[in-house]
Design a protein around this ligand. Sequence first.
Ligand code: FES
Ligand code: FES
Length: 193
Amino acid sequence: MADPMTALNLRINGEERRVLSPTHHTLLEVLREECSLTGTKHGCELGECGVCTVLVDGQPVLSCLVLAAEVEECAIETVEGMQRGNELHPLQSTFADLGAAQCGYCTPGILLTAQALIADNPQPSDGEIREALSGNLCRCTGYHKIIEAVRWAAALERGEADAKPPSEALYGSPLPRISPPSAQEEDPRQEKG
Ligand code: FES
Ligand code: FES
């Protein structure tokens, strides 16, 4: 027997979409399969990895745990809607500049979670950034560059156009200075005498 179907009115990235989908489809499935918005990633489907995060009325939501029918009439934002005209969102550009995205599978969910954080708290501490992103797992980056990128994007969003991350974040830490050996260390005969 064919799955029962439901007609939905969804508002995705500011556009009204009329979608016919199997009634049991989650928001994740509707975004990817019925709307072809594959920027939202498919991971554990258990609410544990965060790669499926989208914003619903500005709040991060795990789209694998929500039926699409539950968010009719809500404002849904996906990574495809982050760009501002021809410009990347500051989070997108700082992630690219710092190498905070490697394989990129976790990146859409992290970007949207960070966008909601910055909208709510324009000057988050590192601890607040870590706490906000604690449900978004990344297997590649070690998180350090992600924290730096969110902090830098928050500064740009506050209008601090000259903000820069610490130089270590861009170029790595300086190598330790090694002094040349003294003349005594170079001549083993001096040590014996
Ligand atoms: S796919 Fe939704 S939390 Fe992992
Ligand atoms: S960049 Fe690969 S999982 Fe995060």
